[in-house]
Design a protein. Sequence first.
Length: 121
Amino acid sequence: MLPVGPASPPAAEITPGDRDWREDAACRGIESSVFFSPDGERGQARARREERARRICEDCPVLGRCRDHALAAGEPYGIWGGMTETDRRRHAHRLRRGEHRPLTPRHARPASAGTGDATSW
């Protein structure tokens, strides 16, 4: 069967010696319903679920790679790299207007709290 709808962006090429960044993700093994809203979810229920997802993301060793993937691929749904759909749309809108402000997560860790790409945005 042929795919219907827009073509997906090409997957990143992984060579035999490479590790996929998703193998190191803090969300690995957690129910996807934490990161993707069920139909009709609104208000406090959505806010609580998003807050839980962001807490998982904030200490993730691959937060930056996850966020970069979502922005580059145009992920339309879910929490990726600590960003909601709305966060990603706003960021894209700012870029289109020529604003190049650094990304700041809602739950930024202090620079001394760890290393890696989680503190780079």
